[in-house]
Design a protein around this ligand. Structure first.
Ligand SMILES: [Zn+2]
Length: 51
């Protein structure tokens, strides 16, 4: 969970193409950019950088 509920909702509804890394909406069967079916959910946890 991040700071902004709106952003969280958007991240949860985002899928990333494993091939070209384009963002796709949840529910799409294929990547809008390259047509690949290899999609993954966008990482929900953003890890803070450590020195
Ligand atoms: Zn793609």
């Amino acid at each position: 969970m991040g700071k902004f509920p709106e952003a969280d909702a958007e991240i949860k509804a985002t899928f990333i193409c494993r091939r070209c890394k384009a963002r796709n909406k949840r529910g799409v069967a294929k990547c809008r950019k390259c047509g690949s079916r290899y999609l993954r959910p966008k990482n929900k946890e953003i890890k803070a950088k450590k020195a």
